[in-house]
Design a protein around this ligand. Structure first.
Ligand SMILES: NC(=O)c1ccc[n+]([C@@H]2O[C@H](COP(=O)([O-])OP(=O)(O)OC[C@H]3O[C@@H](n4cnc5c(N)ncnc54)[C@H](OP(=O)(O)O)[C@@H]3O)[C@@H](O)[C@H]2O)c1
Length: 348
């Protein structure tokens, strides 16, 4: 039997197309392996890439949107620590002043500028005025880096029909529309100088799992961020501009604690400072990255779980959150009733 088998293989090997098919198969296997390695983020799977001198490579100034809390605030500080001057774009003048003062006090020689801009008003008359100010500020500076970080996840854990359209429009404006306009505002200077990097903060809700029910608009805006970044990456790399989508999973910020009891998963939930420390090292490395090592492990584990299980688990968890939010809203509507605690922090 074994002898027959060996003879069959020898005969097969004599056929002219056998070697061609074998080569094609090997090429295909090689391509699949390379894709898998790229997906895992190798060779930087366990360690973040070695830091680049961002100021020298891209330019002296960075623009950060949403620098007044969470990831954006930590990114602004991390960039300042690396010697970049920072343009801070946010909606709250007091918080902007506070971040600006702290940066200049902590990092001697680093300059800051602030632009007051409520991104929810982008492409309205009020938003146009703020956008004009931003363009004016950016035009006169050697802006090498833009971090499009500002984002909103509210309303959290609701069916699409449960909120009025204004809430969705606001989310779409901040997460997607403003990010597009701010990118378009900094690109001309980068193109003229033939250098620059743009980091768009996407989300693991679209990069690590197949669905994010009850946060549908949020996840859809983040899918836009990912596709927008990928196509721009191809469009602008020959012009010396590196465009990247960074996809965090849970990071311990105001947004995460308002969305879920993030601390439950604490080994996998970095602080915003730890996240930013890794995120800045990834700038210039790939079109899409998951900067935190714990998040990369989670993303790999998620790949082996069938989509239907992800769908079921997410829906179950988000329905649980929806029930909690409903109780919280009812408690707020009736001030005399005791509230359900401080796990969820909501801010309009
Ligand atoms: N934390 C996570 O687990 C996680 C996971 C995946 C992706 N992300 C993404 O990471 C980014 C940062 O989120 P975060 O967790 O750091 O949230 P955060 O702590 O709530 O910070 C959000 C930032 O965006 C600003 N912002 C919100 N609405 C704005 C508006 N209309 N105009 C101008 N600025 C506005 C906020 O300003 P104020 O200080 O004035 O509110 C704040 O500076 C977001 O794009 C988010 O989608 C976060």
């Amino acid at each position: 039997m074994a002898v027959h088998h060996a003879t069959d293989i020898q005969q097969l090997q004599r056929l002219p197309w056998f070697h061609f098919l074998a080569a094609l198969g090997a090429l295909y296997l090689g391509a699949v392996t390379l894709r898998l390695l790229a997906y895992l983020g190798l060779p930087n799977f366990l360690h973040s890439p070695t830091p680049t001198d961002l100021r020298r490579r891209y330019g002296a100034w960075a623009v950060v949107t949403g620098p007044t809390s969470g990831i954006g605030r930590s990114m602004a500080f991390e960039l300042a620590r690396r010697g970049l001057n920072v343009v801070l774009v946010g909606r709250d003048p007091g918080k902007l002043r506070d971040v600006s003062d702290t940066i200049t006090k902590t990092h001697a020689g680093v300059q800051t500028k602030t632009v007051l801009f409520d991104l929810a008003f982008v492409s309205t008359a009020q938003g146009e005025e703020a956008m004009r100010r931003l363009r004016e500020v950016v035009d006169g500076l050697d802006v090498g880096l833009l971090v499009n970080n500002a984002g909103v996840a509210k309303p959290c854990a609701v069916y699409l029909h449960e909120f009025d359209v204004d809430a969705w429009v606001k989310m779409i404006r901040v997460n997607l529309w403003a990010l597009t306009e701010v990118t378009a505002a900094v690109l001309p200077g980068m193109v003229a100088r033939r250098r620059g990097a743009i980091v768009n903060i996407g989300s693991g809700s679209t990069e690590a799992i197949p669905s994010f029910p009850l946060y549908t608009i949020y996840a859809a805006t983040k899918r836009y961020v990912s596709q927008f970044s990928r196509s721009l990456y191809v469009e602008y790399r020959s012009k010396g501009i590196h465009i990247q989508c960074q996809a965090p999973l849970f990071v311990d910020t105001k947004m995460a604690s308002s969305v879920a009891k993030a601390k439950r998963f604490s080994p996998f939930v970095p602080t915003s400072d730890a996240y930013a420390h890794a995120a800045v090292r990834w700038i210039g490395h790939g079109a899409l990255c998951v900067p935190n090592a714990g998040h990369r492990v989670q993303r790999c584990l998620a790949v082996v779980v069938p989509d239907c299980i992800h769908d079921w688990l997410r829906l179950r968890e988000h329905l649980r959150q929806r029930a909690l939010f409903q109780r919280l809203r009812s408690a707020r509507a009736a001030p005399s009733t005791p509230t359900i605690g401080t796990t969820f922090r909501e801010k309009s």
